[in-house]
Design a protein around this ligand. Structure first.
Ligand code: GTP
Ligand code: MG
Length: 191
């Protein structure tokens, strides 16, 4: 189901987990990797493909939510404002939302827009995890240097570092870890 307004999202008690990040970071690819389906979430080389709040029902007992990417430069200011409103309303008001997975391109140095978004979630006391994407695209050394830089940067703002997972939609790295986190959160809720 796809929506622009959180109030029209599926009326359900089922727990849900949202995936968000800069446009083109690999959200849809990661979701397809997690659920082992080639094309559940639409992927593309063109940034800004996902423009709606997309709910995917998994095993009849939880939802994955693919959110539109932020920081898509080619959109109008008005469009950007309405995306921001849609995303923040969803994150603040959706009662079944359990956790948000913030996707970060492992190839890049810390990006302002990601850091701002992380701070915003922190301020609002919304639980989140960091998911580094596309780890197959760089060498092990480069990867660990980038992750280290990220951690060092976050340490200047946070007392405790957020849990982070290294993933690749190509090699399926991190799949069990992400699903494990989701499963244990769902179990806690159902307990
Ligand atoms: P929007 O919905 O447009 O915001 O993008 P998105 O974040 O959903 O990204 P999407 O999954 O569509 O991926 C964008 C591009 O990156 C596509 O060309 C993917 O094939 C590629 N890609 C995504 N994840 C990976 C990965 O782990 N490894 C590699 N090598 N390529 C990836
Ligand atoms: Mg997408």
């Amino acid at each position: 189901m796809s929506n622009t307004d959180y109030r029209k999202c599926p009326q359900t008690e089922l727990p849900e987990h949202a995936f968000i990040g800069r446009s083109n970071v690999g959200k849809s690819s990661l979701i397809n990797m997690l659920v082992a389906r080639k094309n559940l979430a639409k992927t593309s080389g063109t940034p800004g493909k996902t423009q709606l709040i997309n709910h995917f029902l998994i095993n009849d007992n939880w939802h994955i939510v693919d959110l539109p990417g932020y920081g898509y430069a080619k959109t109008s200011k008005k469009n950007r404002k309405s995306w921001e409103g849609m995303i923040s309303n969803y994150l603040l008001h959706r009662e079944n939302l359990v956790a948000t997975f913030i996707l970060i391109d492992s190839r890049l140095e810390p990006q302002k827009i990601d850091l701002e978004f992380i701070s915003w979630l922190g301020e609002k006391e919304l639980p989140f995890f960091l998911v580094f994407t596309k780890t197959d695209k760089l060498t092990k050394n480069r990867l660990s240097a980038n992750i280290k830089a990220y951690r060092e940067f976050l340490m200047t703002q946070w007392e405790e570092l957020p849990v982070s997972i290294l993933t690749s939609a190509k090699t399926k790295a991190g799949k069990d870890e992400v699903l494990g986190i989701i499963e244990s959160l769902n179990e806690e809720i159902n307990a």
